[in-house]
Write a protein that binds this ligand. Structure first.
Ligand code: 5GP
Ligand code: ZN
Length: 112
């Protein structure tokens, strides 16, 4: 069995609050929300980070962006930020590719 936290969440072995699911990806609310709306979208297959995207696994990333577009519409969210931290210095704490979707408050730029 994988020891990866998000592989376990995608497999339903660790509970989470589901936003969306299909064969390729899983979306769930962040346990420590940084905005009124904050969910994560992950591929079901393990990819460590944006830095591990290849020509072979890139289609799931395109699919995830389709899902983000669809789910935000369903939630009535029009203004939002998508973030993927890659590596510890950039703030990645879980080594399974994930896209944060944040909305519902003013966002600053540049990010901290
Ligand atoms: P990162 O820091 O790697 O960019 O993002 C990881 C995110 O996963 C964090 O925002 C953190 O709050 C969230 N997270 C960590 N563990 C869990 C968990 O067990 N369940 C859920 N729903 N979110 C988690
Ligand atoms: Zn994983």
């Amino acid at each position: 069995m994988s020891e990866c936290l998000f592989c376990k969440i995608a497999a339903g072995e660790i509970p989470s609050k589901k936003v969306y699911e299909d064969d390729l990806c899983y979306a769930f609310y962040d346990i420590d929300p940084q905005a009124p709306v904050h969910f994560l979208v992950i591929p079901k297959a393990h990819i460590a980070s944006c830095g591990e995207v290849t020509v072979e696994n890139a289609p799931v990333v395109a699919h995830i962006f389709e899902v983000i577009s669809k789910v935000t519409k369903e939630l009535g969210v029009t203004d939002f930020r998508v973030v993927s931290n890659c590596g510890a210095q950039a703030g990645q704490s879980v080594p399974h590719l994930h896209f944060h979707v944040l909305s519902g408050r003013d966002m600053t730029w540049p990010p901290g």
